[in-house]
Write a protein that binds this ligand. Sequence first.
Ligand SMILES: Cc1ncc(COP(=O)(O)O)c(C=O)c1O
Length: 266
Amino acid sequence: MTDIRNPQNWSLETKQLHIGQEQADPATDARAVPIYATASYVFHDAQHAADRFGLRDPGNIYSRLTNPTVEIFEKRIAALEGGSAAVAAASGAAAITYTFQALAKAGEHIVASKTIYGGTYNLLAHTLPLSAGIETTFVDPDEEGSFENAIRENTKAIFIEALGNPNSNLIDIEAVAAVAHSHGIPLVIDATFATPVLIRPINMARISLCIPPPSSSTDTEPRSAAWSLKRESLTGRHPENIRGFPIPTRAITAFPLRMRSDRLPL
Ligand SMILES: Cc1ncc(COP(=O)(O)O)c(C=O)c1O
């Protein structure tokens, strides 16, 4: 018989209500997620601090890095998307920027669909080449073989949108994923215009990483976004870039975002 206490067996509707907050708040027994609006955390003694900074104790150090309110939102998004973990950023643009910074470094290359959001186009066409030395080739997603033909030895990511902005064009995600993964390259998907109710690109064959849409789908200000990723997708790449992570989602923002993620199917 199916064990309904195992979150792996929960439906999307159950996950969206409970994942990340299976127990009431351990400090206060509050049923609602408390907003831990703190920048820092108190260490019990010098050894405790040393263990936290040495990552031997996985607890909180500083809210720009981890925060209990944000963590619940991140766990919720990861569960809804089907990822291993999520990292919440203060905006979609921040999430996309950090994704590319984690995957590529100066002298490396990205292949992107040309049917993408203008802000992301600007990042890839101008900001990353000028500031980071990362070059992008834009391809027509409707032209057969265009993604594969643009791949070079130094290509570190292929980027598409699940529903292109502004055209709402559809790309054969499985076909692009097959090309990407036959070359050992992660496929990055911005799924801003869908929700995990409609599409979970990370669950489709071999897709590594996606940027889900708590901002657009839940219409919350200030906007925010979270990566949802498969554990293996950053192996051997540049995860140390994430450690600095300057633009996280704040606890005060994660709270309404998490609340609104309760209602995605509506
Ligand atoms: C497809 C897509 N991706 C990313 C973004 C950037 O999101 P944000 O404005 O939260 O940085 C947008 C914004 O409209 C978008 O439409």
